[in-house]
Design a protein around this ligand. Structure first.
Ligand code: SAH
Length: 255
């Protein structure tokens, strides 16, 4: 089979955070496939290059479409925000390969990494991921809410810094509040909570608060929520946002 398929991470927002390797793939592609708003972020128009936009709930259909285009000889780039392997299209592509046309296994398929929202958000505020951390998607489109609660409880018991992807959407307005309630039963009310919205864009914003005071309404689908570990702390600065960090060395912390 002559075609190829690369699942490409566009980074969290600004083109500065798109890797040169990802930019090369986008430039060389005959076909760009992805969720409409991600495709819209790619400004460069390459003559003859086709764009195939789709909604954000049709990942497996989109994966099959991309594999079909590649099997027909296209140089296909499937785009994701952030990193394509983090709650995004890369896994959908492999799922479609595993269940699909056996010939797809012969295709040249590659994943081109990107900077995931969690890393850009952490860099924006300091170094909250300095010690052990985990990432949980709060979306229950693809898994049950019971599973999400079980994982949150385990992460809190393990005192991980927790990054919450997909904290809220119009269809799921209540889940972040439920997650905070669950965490409050295990973690200190003084635990640092960060709402980092639209990081790496001109509209980026950061809210620093505590678990006791965190208002779930502050999050939407463009927000990453970071919940500190017991040792996560802030360094206050006059008139400036504090730095937030988690020390790498384990400390005795009153819980
Ligand atoms: N593959 C993406 C994540 C997809 S899930 C990545 O690696 O970043 C979508 C979730 O990512 C959003 O609901 C939000 O929680 C987070 N996210 C993506 N871009 C973001 C940004 N610029 N600022 C803050 N959060 C972002």
């Amino acid at each position: 089979m002559s075609g190829s398929l690369v699942v490409v991470g566009l980074g969290p927002g600004s083109s500065d955070l798109l890797t040169p390797a990802a930019a090369k793939v986008l430039h060389a592609a005959t076909d760009l496939v992805g969720y409409g708003p991600y495709l819209d972020r790619i400004e460069e128009i390459i003559p003859g290059q086709r764009r195939h936009a789709s909604g954000n709930r049709v990942e497996i259909d989109r994966a099959r479409q991309a594999l079909t285009l590649a099997a027909e000889g296209g140089k296909v780039a499937v785009v994701s925000g952030g990193d394509p392997g983090v709650f995004a299209m890369a896994a959908a592509i492999f799922e479609a390969v595993e269940d699909g046309n056996p010939e797809w296994r012969e295709l040249d398929i590659r994943v081109e990494p990107g900077i995931t929202a969690m890393l850009a958000a952490a860099a924006e505020v300091g170094a909250p991921l300095g010690a052990d951390f985990c990432a949980v998607s709060l979306s229950d489109n693809l898994k049950s809410w019971e599973t999400i609660e079980r994982r949150l409880r385990a992460a809190a018991e393990g005192d991980f810094v927790i990054s919450l992807y997909n904290p809220a959407s119009k269809a799921r307005p209540h889940q972040l509040g439920q997650a905070f309630d669950l965490l409050k039963a295990i973690k200190s009310p003084l635990t640092i909570v960060l709402f980092v919205r639209k990081v790496a864009t001109s509209e980026a914003s950061v809210i620093v608060t505590t678990l006791a005071e965190a208002d779930p309404a502050l999050a939407d689908m463009r927000t990453l929520v970071i919940i500190g570990a017991a040792a996560t702390r802030l360094i206050p600065r006059k008139g400036l946002r504090p730095w937030i960090y988690t020390p790498r060395v384990e400390q005795e912390v009153a819980r």
